[in-house]
Structures are given as structure tokens and as C-alpha cells.
Ligand binder design. Sequence first.
Ligand code: ADP
Ligand code: MG
Length: 709
Amino acid sequence: MAGPPRRRGAGAAAPSLAAGGGARVGTLPGVGPKVAEKLAARGLETVQDLWLHLPLRYEDRTRITAIADLVPGQPAQVEARVVAVERSFRYRPMLRVAVGDQSRGTLVLRFFHFGKAQVAQFVPGRRLVCYGEARPGQHGLEMVHPSYRLLADDADATPRDRLDPVYPAVEGLGPASVAKLVGEALKRLPPAEELELLPSGLRDRLGLPTLREALLTAHRPPPDADLALFSAGRHPAQRRLALEELLAHHLSLRRQRIALRAHGAMPVRPKGKLAAALRKRLAFALTGAQQRVLEEVSKDMARPEPMLRLVQGDVGSGKTVVAALAAANAVEAGRQVALMAPTELLAEQHLANFRAWLEPLGLRVTWLAGKVTGKARAAALAEIASGQAQVVVGTHALMQEGVAFSSLALAIVDEQHRFGVHQRLALRDKGLSGSQVPHQLVMTATPIPRTLAMSAYADLDVSVIDEMPPGRTPVTTVAVSGERRAEVVERIRAACAEGRQAYWVCTLIEESEEVEGQAAQSTYEQLGAALPELRLGLLHGRMKPAEKQTVMARFKSGELNLLVATTVIEVGVDVPNASLMIIENAERLGLAQLHQLRGRVGRGAAASSCVLMYKPPLSALARERLEVMRASTDGFLIAEKDLELRGPGELLGTRQTGLASFRVADLARDADLLPEVHRAADALLAEAPALAERVVARWVGGAARFAGA
Ligand code: ADP
Ligand code: MG
């Protein structure tokens, strides 16, 4: 799924917006079309992009260290003379240059890649300065591939007066050229007052510098700068940049919301007959939380502006039925409903639920996924266009071209974090009729810490289903070394002998779906041999939808005892009789994913358990994760821990949310800035909307343009 353009496209930013930074890199001295192309490949298109191309770290060449004072493991600069040179070819070519200084220390510079000319430079007696990390070698301290500079005898070796920035690499350009280009770009930095967009009151309150000062400090820290603060990303210069970036993203989401609200929506005010009929047919009563959230949703939908609501609820909290009741209301009002899920498996489950619930009420539920092709697709499209399809369930195929609704009033998106904001907008556009847009209901099972939710979903109102349906028993979790696999197998045998069912989840990270499928296949075969009395099923991403469906149906009906699966079952699979889950290589998964997987059990009345099987030795981080899982089943608590341990990128699946495009900010590290960001956003929108506009344009560019509808 391609995201919105991360960077501004050609000519998109008016120079006035970016205060001179909007000029193309090609206007800098030394940047011809070739260099510009290399920069563009790294997303560096404008002068401002170079301003924001911040150093990864710094090198301190402001001091000269005597060789005798070198500390192993610490980078340092040395001024010395060549004492001896030795080339050898024993195992591979190697050049060793012994240098000495007035402290009478000797240091060996060791090179593995070198040219003839380089060797010729190192004449005994030659003066040089070099910079690198000293470490113990065969004959005292050595530096491997230090950076060095040869000096004439009378040359001035005065150290630098600034720390040297080390920039993220740009393919095809040497580090020195990148540093030089950034330097050229910085020469174009306008005076502080011209560049500045943040009110001085805000800066003062937080003790943060102007943008100009922040940029100059971040690129050229003074020699006394606190490098530890810099590497932790908490230097005021970095915080200043992060604050503005977070503000820009937040404002951009808020603007989307405002823009969307400007459209009208069809007020949905049914008598509630269909919903009442559905509730009567359910085998259970709604929980208080479901009831409350349904009321919040119904109230939103009754209004002539589009609903923009996120329903958060832990795995198994019962979001689907709330969505189905909202759908029944929209249909009763004579409108269409679309329900989109991120995977085919999940969409199919929704289809089955919605059909079971709504078809007996006389509603037409239509299916549309990528695999629906040819005549079937044409028929589905015709039904959708004519309005005959009252509820349409599917995958992102719903957003493809050619899908046109006749009167879409409610767009439901499940597991929103797997789609992006932009995809949500695309589905909205499907419902555009005149100036009206559909109401949007977004459901997510990933509990998101409050701070993060406010940033990630600044464009949505949030409802929380914070109560589990009654009769659930909490899942007991244990972590077990893979060496005890045989015991785990016995456990499955015992559980299935009691008529219960089990999942065995095979995980492989960073492997292809194909490799993962093969791993699941061989586990399936091994387990089948070890448990000949059980009926096993296999489920992985490479199987055909029809095959998957059959396996799921057989497992759901109880015909299969054990389902061996890849993480495709992570989302939405619902088999209440399954009460045992084994997760293999659990140490490789993050907390959010483990929590999602574990949510597949504990759905029925039987006491459930989850076995996290790991491959020793465990890293400290993995150990901590497994301990969190063992100790808690509270999704929100686990999410907070996850944020702490991993950072928000992975937590939100950010590649899809657009949050990953932060250049400076890091939501976990800078979370404490968020309350201030939200206050500042309120103030700017109320008092200086034009300024808010410029903040967004500076940092978000293309994405904001996309969302500006
Ligand atoms: P999720 O919020 O994870 O999507 P589901 O909507 O799949 O959860 O619901 C999980 C299970 O709980 C389903 O089998 C559903 O029918 C059932 N369920 C939902 N609401 C209730 C309720 N109020 N009482 C009992 N069971 C419920
Ligand atoms: Mg669900």
C-alpha cells in the first residue's frame, strides 16, 4: 500500500511559505542535475530538505589528544608523525602505519583498503592529524581506518572550533560532499524572525531556541555542547525541531477534520426497528460499554455533518456487533454501508457475521475482495452502483476504481492502523454525492496509549469499549523454553482430549510469506506425527481464499482439534471453544502482536492458556516483553509498555499511518511535548490560522495537500 507522497513534489511549496527554503537544491552552488538526482533519491529536493537533513552524530575534532592519553573505545584526534610503514598480504592486503607524538606514545593506523598513492604518502617523518577510535591491538593501541589529513611541516594544525556533523549517507555522494551541501543550504537560512513560525511565548515557556538557532546548533554544535544530550535526542535544539514537526502533523490532522466537517453528511435517523430486531436475535445482551458506544455512534450519525469516530476496544470486547447495529440503522434510513477490513481472512469473518446477523432481517450483504473477478465482480459492482447491495463487506478492493456506491452513508473500517489515514479518505470519497460524505466509523483493537491516540487520531473522536462481555476467564500465560517442546505437545494432547481446541502459531520475521508458509507446513507435519490421534488444520497466507475458508470453517465447527497457522490468524479470528494457544518463537514478536494473538483464546467460558515458546538465550528486551505478557492481559497497559520498549513507530504500524515520516520527532522520546503541541495547535488555529497553514506546509507538504479536500 503506497503512502501519500512523503515529500513535496516539484514546485509544490511556495518559497514564501518556507522562507527561502522552498528553492530547489539545484539552485545551490555545485549541484548539477546528477547531484540533484542523487539527493532527490534520498528525499532531498529543496534547500529546506537539506536544513532538515540532521546529523546522525558528531565528531569532536576540537581537541588534540596525546597518544599516551588515548582511552580505548573513545574517539579522539591525534597529531603525530609517521614512524614506520608496513604492508602485508598474509591473509588479505593490509597497511599498518605506526605514528608517534611528543608524548612518546605509539599508535598503529591500520588499513584494509588502500591504494598505491595512499601508501606512498606515508613517508616516515610525515606529519598528520587523524581521528578515530583507539582500541587495543597486537602492538599497543591502534585505529582502524581512521580519517586523517597529512600536514606540511609548517601547516597550522589548530583544531576545529565546532563539532563535526556526521550526516546520514546519500548514495553516490561522499560524506564530505553531503556536509558541504548542507553547509551551502545553511548559508541560505533567513534571519530568525523571517523563518520563525512559533510564537515567542511558547518558545520561552519551554526554554527552546528559535528555529534558526536550533538548526545552526543541530548542524554545528559548539565545542562545549552536551553530546550525551544530543545522542539521546533531548538537546533543546532537537526538541525545538521535534516540537514544530509534531505540531505540524497534529495541525494537519486537525485541518483534515475541519475540512471534512465542512462537507455535509446524510443524517441517519431511523426508528431503530432493524437494530431492535437484530438485538432480539443475538444470543447475548450488549454490555454497558457496547450500549454506550452505540449511543455515541447513533448520535453522531443523526447529525448533518459526517461522523469521524474511532472505536477502540481490546481484542474480544465486541466491536463487530456495534458496527452491525450501526449498519442496520443506516440501511433502515435507506442508505448503503461499506465495511472494509485489512485482510481477506478478517473481511471474510465479518462477511460471515454480517450475513448471519443481517440476512435474516432481509438485508442484502454483498462481498467484494481482490479475488472477486470477472462476472462475479461485475455483478457485485452493479449491485453496489444500483443500491441493491445494502451492506458491502470487503478488503481494500472496495477503494479501487470502478467501485461506485449509489448512496453510501456509513463507511466502517476495521483495524484502522493497518490502513492509513489516506486510505480512509479514499473510502470516504467513494461516498461523495454532491457535497455529502459518508459517516466514518473506525474500529481498532490495538489499544493506543492516550498520548499517542491524540496524535495519531487527532482527526477522530474516540469511543472506548472498556468492558469485556461477561463469562470470559482471563488467559493464563506462561513462557517456556523451546527445549521443552515435548511437554508443550503433551499439553495440547491433554487439552484436546478434553474436547477443547488449540492454536499453534509459527512465527518468522522478515521472511517471505512463502518461507513462512513452508515453516508452518513442516511444523504441521511434525505435530501431525506427534499427535496422530488429533485432526490438524493448516492455515497460512499463501493458501487460496477458498482453502483458508474451508480450514477456518472446519476449525470453527470443532472438526479440527489443532490449527497450525502463521500470524495470519492474528486479527479477528473468533473460535470460542479454542482455549490453548502456543506461540512459537514468541521472543521475536512485539507486545502488540503477542497481545493480538493471545486474544484468539479466552473467548469462551473455559479457562484458557497461552504458551509463549522461546528460543534461548533471551535478550533482555525479549525477556521483559515475555514478562509483561505473563503478568498482564490488559491491552492498554501492554500498549503503554510497548510504547516504552519499542517506540511508537512499530506500535502503530506507522509505515501505513504516515507517522513514520517524522524527520526529527520520535513519539516515544518526545511524548512529553504532546500536551504542549495540542495547546499550541488550539491557539494557532484560533488566533493565527495563516501561521498554522505555514507550519503544516513546512513540514508535511505533500501529505497535507492530499488531505486538504
Ligand atoms: P472484537 O472487538 O475483538 O472485534 P468481536 O466483535 O469479534 O470482538 O467479539 C468477540 C466475540 O464476543 C464474538 O463471538 C461476539 O459474538 C461476542 N460478543 C460480542 N458482544 C458480546 C456480549 N455483549 N456478550 C457476549 N458475547 C459477546
Ligand atoms: Mg474484530
